[in-house]
Design a protein around this ligand. Structure first.
Ligand SMILES: [Zn+2]
Length: 422
């Protein structure tokens, strides 16, 4: 966007053909990951076409003024398709109002992520507003009265220690092939616990789970033997809860090569071959948290971090926090891998983040919030101090009533800055 005080002649405007290409490749939608507004459609009161899309400049249209100006950029580059991003008029204004926040790197990521999403939609894979639309439940964990949560593409469940976040995640994971909810059943001694979840992938389905000694499943009120999904759920949780190995580190040394991948694969619900493919397919793409990850020539999993000073370091030699970050990178890749062909839910319980310090947790919330991969993300997190930026997330907070002592899940609206409000 232009600086208002700059004369028009000094701006390197896009040619009409470049604008057209930017709009088309964005599917005529705003490229901001939380917006996706349609930018063209019928006029409200007429026969014509109304549009509010703008081909915005990533690096300023003027060499020496305006947001993200770069005097060293050549005129041709400044006018090129690569320097444009398609936005609604609202976001075209917003990105110019906060220069620190909306860097060229961020805008380029928005653009490539958005184009990738549109390509998926064109190819028929639906991610839309998320696969899990809503959950209702009663008598599960510390929740007695009926609770209701509606989910967005990025949903955050906040609560203090012991408020039932992990219990809730375990039950949500019933939509995948995970058995953690069954481990919780002996602990449910309340009256008739139940859970209903509405999913949407091509068609809407209502699943009901009733719990006694076992789980009974109903689809649209009729008994059904399993969750036939048409989607994939990846559940990322505290690896110390794995039944097979107390910890990945305890895999015997001589079996390390094959078994670590096997253990990691089991963890994300993939075969060792798929796990290898997940790591190798995206080898050229920078991980979000570690500097790099790879499988080395001898088949061992390695990572590079700030602390390894540019050297590759085997998984077992990384610190606990680095191992958790590697795990996060791995599940993000797995979710992308899966989401490109199958609608995918990525469910992350805070247990997997427990060795990370607050600044890392903050970074995880921000990274996952701006990540517009082809999957729905549900993240549980320790209650966060007020003032943290939760933009891009729909936020639910687990609270305990001071009067009745009962736990409930409450939609967070005005209580935190920049949380999503609808
Ligand atoms: Zn927008």
């Amino acid at each position: 966007m232009a600086a208002k005080n700059k004369s028009k002649s000094a701006r390197d405007e896009f040619a009409p053909s470049v604008k057209r290409k930017l709009a088309d490749r964005a599917g005529l939608e705003c490229s901001c990951p939380t917006c996706n507004n349609k930018t063209k459609g019928p006029e409200a009161n007429g026969q014509g076409v109304a549009g509010l899309g703008i081909a915005a400049h990533i690096v300023s249209a003027s060499p020496d003024s305006g947001p993200r100006a770069d005097p060293n950029m050549a005129t041709l580059d400044r006018r090129s398709f690569d320097n444009g991003i398609w936005l609604c008029s609202n976001h075209a204004t917003i990105i110019d109002s906060d220069r620190m926040r909306y860097s060229p790197e961020l805008l380029r990521r928005w653009k490539s992520d958005h184009e990738e999403k549109i390509a998926l939609q064109v190819s028929g894979v639906w991610v839309g507003n998320g696969i899990l639309k809503e959950a209702r439940f009663s008598n599960i964990g510390p929740f007695l009265g009926e609770q209701h949560i509606s989910f967005a593409p990025r949903t955050l469940l906040l609560g203090n220690n012991g408020t039932g976040k992990s219990v809730l995640c375990d039950f949500l994971s019933l939509l995948g092939r995970y058995r953690f909810a069954e481990d919780r059943l002996p602990l449910l001694h309340n009256d008739r616990p139940w859970l209903e979840m509405v999913t949407y992938s091509n068609t809407q389905r209502k699943w009901r789970f009733d719990f006694s000694d076992s789980v009974s499943i109903k689809l649209e009120d009729a008994p059904f033997p399993y969750v036939f999904s048409g989607f994939h759920l990846i559940y990322c949780r505290d690896p110390f809860r794995e039944p097979k190995y107390d910890n990945f580190e305890q895999v015997p040394e001589e079996k390390m090569n094959s078994d670590l991948l096997e253990a990691l694969g089991e963890y994300i619900g993939f075969s060792p071959e798929e796990t290898r493919a997940v790591i190798c397919t995206f080898a050229s793409r920078r991980p979000r948290f570690l500097d790099e990850i790879r499988i080395n020539d001898t088949g061992r999993l390695e990572g590079k971090t700030n602390c390894t000073k540019g050297h590759w370091c085997e998984y077992q030699s990384l610190s606990c926090a680095e191992q958790q970050l590697l795990l996060l990178d791995l599940v993000l890749r797995a979710a992308r891998f899966s989401g490109e062909t199958t609608p995918t839910i990525l469910l992350i319980d805070q247990g997997v983040l427990h060795t990370l310090d607050d600044s890392w947790k903050k970074q995880v919330v921000e990274e996952l919030g701006t990540d517009s991969g082809p999957y729905q993300t549900i993240l549980s997190m320790y209650n966060w101090p007020n003032g943290h930026d939760f933009s891009n997330w729909r936020v639910w907070r687990i609270e305990r009533s001071k009067f009745s002592g009962e736990f409930s899940v409450i939609r967070a609206f005005g209580t935190m800055t920049r949380g999503i409000a609808e």
